[in-house]
Design a protein around this ligand. Structure first.
Ligand SMILES: Nc1ncnc2c1ncn2[C@@H]1O[C@H](COP(=O)(O)OP(=O)(O)O)[C@@H](O)[C@H]1O
Ligand SMILES: [Mg+2]
Length: 518
């Protein structure tokens, strides 16, 4: 933090780049996303593996129903009686037990008995078992267990199959599947006595599978997936962090460079200002020199006149003066010339006073902050200051529109006007016209400097506001006048527009908002 405060460029770097703690937000989001992905993937996998298990159970159910249908379509089948297969005590049928012509005892196997026998066979050598069950069983052992009872009740309400993963009494997990047995025509031969009709639900077949293989497949996969998700998450986090670190460094570097450029820019603009002031000073010196020169020479003449007059008055006092003495130093001419000399000298001094006042007004020495600035007065004093540059080249026309006072830094707006006027003067080769115009509307005040000078070509025009762009001979132009003007106007929330035609002249318009920008 200390280093951050000491680097002034850091204010240019957004907080979320500069302060690393903000990076924790995307990092946490990314970690959260990875965790969600992991959990979602595990959930999907469990769903899929369970769906495969359920499909197996469903097929087994279909198989059993098919064999039962086959059996009932034959009204039961006979098998030889063995120690394992004894006559079914729950089967009430007149021909349950028969003997073949060669004396072999046969007993009838109805669908229910067959289902039980196959189910017992399956239970002996497979992890998948099934059994027939009913809410109203003929054989008590077929009584539904609690889970089966719940499913049977749901079948009564129209559910066509159901499954769930349950914990067995032994503690292992089981996938249980169950579907209803629906009474068909062939069933009624035996079951009509129980009051069943075709379409009734008589019970169901429940299939129970060991869920451990699915559980262990899932846990194997979970380990792999956890590892790869963690690795990816870590890798991308590191990568992202490194990239952010790079970005931060570059950004800070760049901010430093921008600061440097801005400070150089400021220095350059300052030097352009100084150059302009130097140029002005030369012009102003000339402007002041001239009246000071003739006032000085007038004072010399006045001194001479004074001496001659005191000599004459002395002669008068002694009573020696005659008409010839008056004629000797051209007294009549002197009488006429004296007031003229005084008037001329007074005018000269007034000009010096005005130049100094204009200079002070232009520079606004006592005003460096925003003020309510009278644009026309500013233009007037700027014109006076730059007068020496223009007077031999152009006829200057003022078309002032008396805009209301505008909140701005007056000295800077004068500088803009000065730069435009100097350029206008430089654009005129022999003799031309310069028009300075001002005006306003509800939102803005504006002024224009229009010259009849050389104008600009389409190649030049797009570059004129660039710092250092100049078409003047080396050493003559800095190329900063318009860049400075642009900068000042932009900071005031205004704009500069330019129209120009090669060989015909140019028009620069500066528009400033009437309400100061916050
Ligand atoms: N009134 C104008 N008429 C013609 N060209 C102009 C005028 N004002 C500016 N320019 C062009 O824009 C260029 C840049 O002006 P400026 O930024 O004041 O720099 P400089 O006056 O030092 O060249 C000038 O070199 C000139 O080519
Ligand atoms: Mg210029």
């Amino acid at each position: 933090m200390e280093a951050q405060r000491s680097n002034p460029a850091l204010h240019r770097v957004p907080r979320y780049i500069c302060q690393r703690r903000w990076w924790l937000i995307p990092l946490l989001l990314w970690i959260g996303g990875s965790a969600l992905y992991f959990l979602g993937h595990m959930h999907d996998m469990r769903q899929q593996l369970t769906a495969v298990g359920i499909e197996g159970a469903r097929n087994m159910f279909r198989m059993v129903v098919l064999t039962r249908d086959w059996n009932s379509s034959h009204g039961g089948v006979y098998v030889p009686v063995t120690p394992q297969i004894q006559p079914n005590p729950y089967l009430d049928h007149p021909h349950r037990d028969v003997t073949t012509t060669d004396g072999v005892a046969m007993t009838m196997i109805n669908p229910a008995y067959m289902t039980r026998l196959i189910g017992e066979m399956a239970a002996a050598d497979d992890s998948t078992v099934f059994r027939l069950t009913s809410l109203k069983p003929i054989r008590p052992a077929n009584q539904a267990d609690p889970w089966e009872s719940r499913q049977l009740e749901r079948f009564e309400q129209g559910v066509s199959e159901s499954w769930s993963v349950e914990n067995s009494e032994g503690g292992s997990r089981q996938l249980r599947y169950m579907a209803p047995l629906v009474v068909k025509e062939s069933c009624l031969a035996c079951h009509a006595v129980q009051g069943y009709r075709v379409g009734d639900i008589r019970g169901g077949i429940s299939v129970t599978q060991d869920y451990t293989p699915i559980d262990s497949a899932i846990s194997r996969h979970r380990g792999d997936l956890l590892l790869s998700t963690l690795a990816t998450c870590l890798l991308i986090s590191l990568l992202g962090w490194t990239l952010l670190e790079q970005l931060r460094r570059r950004w800070i570097e760049l901010a430093g460079k921008i600061d440097e450029v801005e400070s150089t820019h400021r220095q350059l603009l300052q030097s352009e200002k100084l150059a302009a002031i130097g140029q002005l000073a030369a012009g102003v010196a000339h402007e002041i020199n001239n009246p000071v020169g003739f006032v000085n020479s007038n004072l010399g003449t006045l001194g001479k006149y004074g001496q001659q007059m005191t000599d004459l008055l002395d002669k008068c006092r002694r009573g020696e003066a005659g008409e010839a003495d008056f004629a000797a130093f051209d007294y009549d001419y002197l009488r006429g010339d004296l007031p003229a000399l005084l008037q001329e000298s007074r005018d000269g001094l007034e000009r010096v006073r005005r130049i100094v006042a204009d200079l002070k007004d232009f520079a606004r020495i006592d005003q460096s902050d925003a003020e309510d600035f009278d644009l026309d007065q500013g233009l007037e004093s700027t014109l006076n200051v730059v007068w020496n540059e223009l007077k031999y080249k152009a006829t200057v026309t003022r078309e002032f529109g008396k805009p209301p006072p505008v909140r701005c830094i007056g000295a800077q707006i004068n500088q803009v006007a000065l730069n435009l006027l100097v350029n206008a003067g430089q654009a005129i080769v022999e003799h031309g016209t310069i028009t300075v115009r001002s005006g306003f509307n509800d939102e803005t005040v504006w002024f224009e400097v229009i010259d009849s000078g050389c104008g600009m070509s389409a190649d030049v025009l797009p570059h004129i506001f660039e710092p250092f762009y100049t078409t003047r001979p080396a050493g003559k132009g800095t190329g900063l006048g318009l860049a400075l003007a642009y900068d000042i106007v932009r900071k005031h929330g205004g704009r500069i527009e330019v129209d120009s035609e090669l060989g015909r002249g140019s028009r620069f318009r500066v528009t400033l908002p009437r309400t100061e920008r916050a």
